[in-house]
Design a protein around this ligand. Structure first.
Ligand SMILES: NC(=O)c1ccc[n+]([C@@H]2O[C@H](COP(=O)([O-])OP(=O)(O)OC[C@H]3O[C@@H](n4cnc5c(N)ncnc54)[C@H](O)[C@@H]3O)[C@@H](O)[C@H]2O)c1
Ligand SMILES: [Zn+2]
Length: 361
């Protein structure tokens, strides 16, 4: 059981393969799409240990010459310095403009390996092998690549679409439970902004066996379709259509930052941001209070936080908001939902609305 989705990019379409046992046959798959020989597998210390050997073997058996570059796991590795060190290893190994980069890991690896692919010899092909649920349904799609600086996340980067995405459901078996659950925050976000039917399906998701491959396969496909359709309308974030994907993220990012990126995982902070965005949507977009309640129930079903801990520094959240890229010339562009399944960017939301909503979370 393997699905192939064609994803439309501005320059060209690329496939996403979704199924089980894909890593063992990786070499043959890649051969169908790429002629080049040398490549760099970029991975992190957790994921590399689990899957890199299998991938190296499979690539070698199909005639490729891979080198493996492993960086410490975690957001702290998503830096320009780390990207430059990886590039230097690739240069030392003789990789050239005919080589390609395989990103094997979660969103951190997807973002930094994609960035390297975008700049190495002015751009070489990138293969995404996402290993977290969040990366499969979100970060591997859309071509946004980049690294963080001390002043904020993803401030340096490029749009570089992958040539191929491989979602092997088997890799999700080793994903820690908290990491698995945080992927559902992005999935629930997609449901709220674009797919009321998926929202209802999630309401009856089998909580006792959440990792059933068949159910996951169709859920991942659905989410890839939602995100890629939105991205296709506005690949470079210019017309504002892509902005709806930021639903819940204005407050979510501020919470992540206020917790020094340690207290909450991205998806957990997003979950709280979604609750705040729903509260604001009641006031500014006519969302029914019972729909907000349904969102809160659904987030809780996937063990995501919907209330800030008692002693969390709420004042820091509001001061963190000014770092957000969604503030343009002092004006707030805030994504609201008028009803589940729809979203738009509002210019009527005030800083006071946000403050009130943060106080309630
Ligand atoms: N480019 C985009 O459009 C986009 C969108 C959303 C998020 N992101 C970025 O994605 C990043 C977050 O991604 P993430 O949540 O996947 O984090 P991550 O890459 O740090 O992975 C989370 C943790 O899980 C471990 N892990 C990954 N796969 C595993 C597996 N199969 N088994 C066991 N452990 C595994 C990792 O080593 C890491 O410790 C952030 O940097 C964020 O900015 C980018
Ligand atoms: Zn996100």
């Amino acid at each position: 059981m393997e699905s192939v989705l064609k994803i439309r990019g501005a320059a060209q379409a690329y496939p996403a393969l979704i199924g089980q046992g894909l890593l063992n046959r990786l070499g043959q798959r890649v051969r169908k799409y790429l002629r080049c020989e040398t490549c760099a597998i970029v991975s992190d210390s957790n994921v590399g240990r689990l899957f890199a050997n299998r991938i190296k073997r499979s690539l070698r058996s199909a005639g490729f010459e891979p080198i493996l570059v492993t960086i410490p796991a975690g957001e702290k590795s998503k830096t320009l310095k780390q990207a430059s060190a990886i590039c230097e290893q690739m240069i030392a190994a003789g990789l050239d403009r005919k080589s390609f980069v395989v990103g094997l890991g979660g969103g951190v690896i997807g973002d930094i390996s994609g960035f390297i692919a975008a700049i190495y010899h002015r751009g070489i092909p990138h293969i995404q092998i996402p290993t977290t649920l969040l990366a499969m349904v979100d970060s591997s799609i859309g071509g946004k690549t980049g690294v963080n600086t001390q002043d904020g996340k993803n401030l340096i980067g490029s749009v570089h679409q992958p040539s191929l995405i491989i979602d092997d459901l088997d890799v999700l078996k080793t994903l820690p439970r908290r990491e698995f659950n945080q992927g559902f925050a992005e999935i629930i976000k997609h449901a709220i902004i674009a797919d009321a039917k998926m929202f209802r399906q999630l309401q009856s998701w089998e909580a006792r066996s959440p990792r059933r491959p068949l159910a996951l396969q169709s859920l991942i496909k659905r989410n890839i379709k939602i995100k890629s359709a939105i991205v296709a309308k506005d690949e470079r974030d210019q017309t504002g259509e892509r902005a709806v994907l930021n639903f819940g993220h204005t407050v979510g990012h501020a919470i992540e930052r206020a917790g020094n990126y340690r207290k909450f995982l991205h998806g957990e902070a997003l979950s709280l941001g979604i609750v705040a965005a729903c509260t604001i949507s009641i006031k500014r977009a006519g969302l029914l209070p019972r729909q907000r309640d349904a969102v809160v129930d659904l987030l809780q079903r996937f063990k995501l936080p919907t209330k800030l801990p008692l002693h969390f520094p709420r004042n820091k959240i509001v001061s963190a908001l000014k770092f957000d890229k969604k503030f343009e010339g002092g004006k707030i562009r805030f994504v609201v939902t008028p009803k589940i399944g729809a979203a738009y960017v509002s210019r009527n939301v005030t800083m006071g609305d946000i403050r009130e909503a943060v106080d309630e979370v």
